[in-house]
Write a protein that binds this ligand. Sequence first.
Ligand code: GTP
Ligand code: ZN
Length: 196
Amino acid sequence: MHVDPNEPKGDGADLKRIEAAVRVILDAVGEDPNREGLLETPARVARMYAEMFAGLKVDPGRHLAKVFTEDYDEIVLVRDISFCSMCEHHLLPFTGKAHIAYLPDGKVVGLSKLARVVEEVARRPQVQERMTQTVADLIETRLSARGVAVVVESTHSCMTMRGIRKPGSLCMTSAMRGAFRDDPATRAEVLGLINR
Ligand SMILES: Nc1nc2c(ncn2[C@@H]2O[C@H](COP(=O)(O)OP(=O)(O)OP(=O)(O)O)[C@@H](O)[C@H]2O)c(=O)[nH]1
Ligand SMILES: [Zn+2]
């Protein structure tokens, strides 16, 4: 099969089919997809969806494969990891911050890798609850952590721009595993650090 090296890469997404669908949508809302300002729009939107959904084709857990043996068994917390995901109900963005803490069991991971996991898990159509749990599951299983706490706070465009239209509303979700779930003092400690 001939592959044009200049053809935009869709990271697994079918750009041509997305383009065709966007043309249909423009037409259906009463626009003229052939007017000058909209000519390139279907291709732009196709690239945008490929980027926003790039996390569908990858295993975000691969970032947790490289670990460092470290004699440290207290909380590791990376706070304020910004992300942009897509609500699967309206295909509108929800954006905010994720906070990730874990209790290592003899091995720690590079701090940036926690942000890489969030970044990739975010790039899927989903609900915030599932995103929160997916991140927690990956860290718990790949690091065999004694505890994992994931707190996500975000603004859903589908609640601010349309529908109920409540700008400023914030949705918070959390997934607590291991000691953070079972031990109230450990849970209180991590929530104190996240909320500080
Ligand atoms: N639980 C949850 N709900 C979400 C998330 N993102 C969007 N929603 C909600 O999904 C729901 C979809 O409700 P529907 O009644 O099927 O759709 P709708 O008529 O567009 O709903 P409205 O937004 O109330 O106008 C809405 O209440 C959204 O606020 C999310 O991450 N988690
Ligand atoms: Zn929505």
